[in-house]
Design a protein around this ligand. Sequence first.
Ligand code: F6R
Length: 256
Amino acid sequence: MEVIVQPTPPDAARMAATLVAKAIRRKPNLVLGLATGSTPLMLYGELIRMHREEGLDFHHVTTFNLDEYLGLPPNHPASYRRFMQENFFSHINLSPQRTFVPDGMTQDIHRHCHEYEDLIVSCGGIDIQILGIGSDGHIGFNEPTSSLASRTREKALTEQTRRDNARFFATLDEVPHNCLTMGIGTILASHQCLLLAFGPKKADVVAAAVEGPVTSMVPASALQFHADAKFIVDEPAAAKLKLRAYYDYVLAHNPG
Ligand code: F6R
């Protein structure tokens, strides 16, 4: 696990975007796992800028989103398909047929989830998985007590997550109770994970995920089992880390 503390969210987003851009230039048909929510917006903004100003080419890239609300059609204002379309996909030259988001309207959840997993495997697996972290420690929508071996499936959202995400809906009542999400096992199978976290509200959960015990009560702590997981966080989100000086030392002495 590597912890990289950056002064501000734009600095962190630029660092993450640079890592993604380098990977795309090295492997033009990169398979990128994507997250929604507020945290990755600046990263997407920076990748869009790199596409426009530096010719970063997404034409051969494939994307898989982590999750989607169950029962929301793709054109619903709060669906994750729509979120990705508006905040990222429509601004770059991705091939639409290579952007995958779980289908919240599927009539056969079990089969759809299996097919999603198979599709990831048939594309060679996810090269870089972008992650945010919920205030309850979730990654994707793997809420506390999710199996650390779980695969794409239906999950019930906690009330805390529904409240956290109510800002994307007109009322709290409109927030779906269930979702489809890649599992923790799916996320751990990606070649590299980049988790971003910003702001003081994430400080406790970042410390628990990085320095606490591995526990399904903090699903992000499962990333301790990942051989190449980076937490890129801003100062407020790093505030509760005990080994902060060590992370800074490692970063300062890492030529990469
Ligand atoms: C959404 C997702 C979630 C979010 C998390 C943090 O696709 O994967 O795990 O990353 O809920 O959300 P924000 O960034 O809005 O704080």
